[in-house]
Design a protein around this ligand. Sequence first.
Ligand SMILES: Nc1ncnc2c1ncn2[C@@H]1O[C@H](COP(=O)(O)OP(=O)(O)O)[C@@H](O)[C@H]1O
Ligand SMILES: [Mg+2]
Length: 373
Amino acid sequence: MPEVHVSHLSKQFGETAVLNDIDFTINDGEFFTLLGPSGCGKSTTLNCVAGLEQPTTGAITVADTPFVDTSRRLYVPTEERNLGMVFQSYALWPHMTVQQNLAMPLSIRRVPKQEKGMRIHDALEKVGLAHLKDRFPHELSGGQQQRVALARALVYSPTVLLLDEPLSNLDAKLREQARAWLKRLQVDLGITTVYVTHDQDEALSLSDRIAVMFDGHMAQIGTPTEVYERPATAQVAAFVGSCNFFTGRFEGALGTVAQVRLDCTGDVVTVTTDAPFSVGQEVTLAVRPERLRITPARSDAAGSNVLNTEVLTCSYVGSRYEYNLRLGRNVVQVVTQDSGLAGAVRLVFEPGDALLYPGAAVPSEEAQELMTV
Ligand SMILES: Nc1ncnc2c1ncn2[C@@H]1O[C@H](COP(=O)(O)OP(=O)(O)O)[C@@H](O)[C@H]1O
Ligand SMILES: [Mg+2]
């Protein structure tokens, strides 16, 4: 049974369209993430599900209960939706203890006193904070406050958990720990979760599926592996992980192996693709830094695509080396375990290591063009 169903969701603020025909279905128990740059409409989408925002058009159903259907003028108010929500700011009541913060949503729902105490204890146990129930928010660390906010969202057993950038106020190290902890909790509880973030690492590591959004549109919905390995567009490839982009012309194909002449060097390379292209069409080739190999210029480079290039810079970043190579006017990023490569080298990749997109819209061309020659 699909747990959350959002169809044809649109939202206008005055003249501005912020959401355009958004569709997605979240399965029971799934961790589903809305990922996209700031301002793309993630929070607005979540707020429409929560009932904090009224969509201009569209329908939202949770566990077979219609919450919104603009065609029937149906709108269930937020307090009747039984959804748990956590915001980036935590929004704890500062003058109330942890326990009192958790009691508030239960009082609103007229939960009997004895049950209230049990529920508060259970929720605090889940987040490992039962021993801090009498503290005030200012007596807690950022990470602890975030857990209290989560406990407060869980205390009345919501059908769905809605989380809007709940970890972004934590510093980097704490954020990583909180991420692992949150994922374990979500799996243990088996609660359907809608998570909002602009952080691609967070989305990849936490989610069962990710919806990538740009400018109020859904660009792709898929598992982390699908979104990273088979990005639907060059824009998705650029936003989720690092990627090198090269413009070129489609020259023909043998089965699913396309030949592309690169603008930057004039070389012809081969790329595996299912998409149809016409001869002479402008295309963009995308390849992840870790899918490229570097071999010394003197070696017999074995591989389908071998390009002569030269090392510009090499940085040691702990677990690996990051190289910048010159390829015509482009700078190519390569991530590898190999150290000590310098001067003239060869860049090697297989047809299946690269992706091909129609058009010559390279998402971050400025960043990749060689500024100093
Ligand atoms: N109440 C509002 N009135 C007018 N514009 C809004 C309002 N809320 C959000 N917006 C605009 O809608 C767009 C999407 O906002 P939001 O959903 O908060 O993005 P995100 O969460 O992805 O950063 C932004 O351009 C934002 O400025
Ligand atoms: Mg937001």
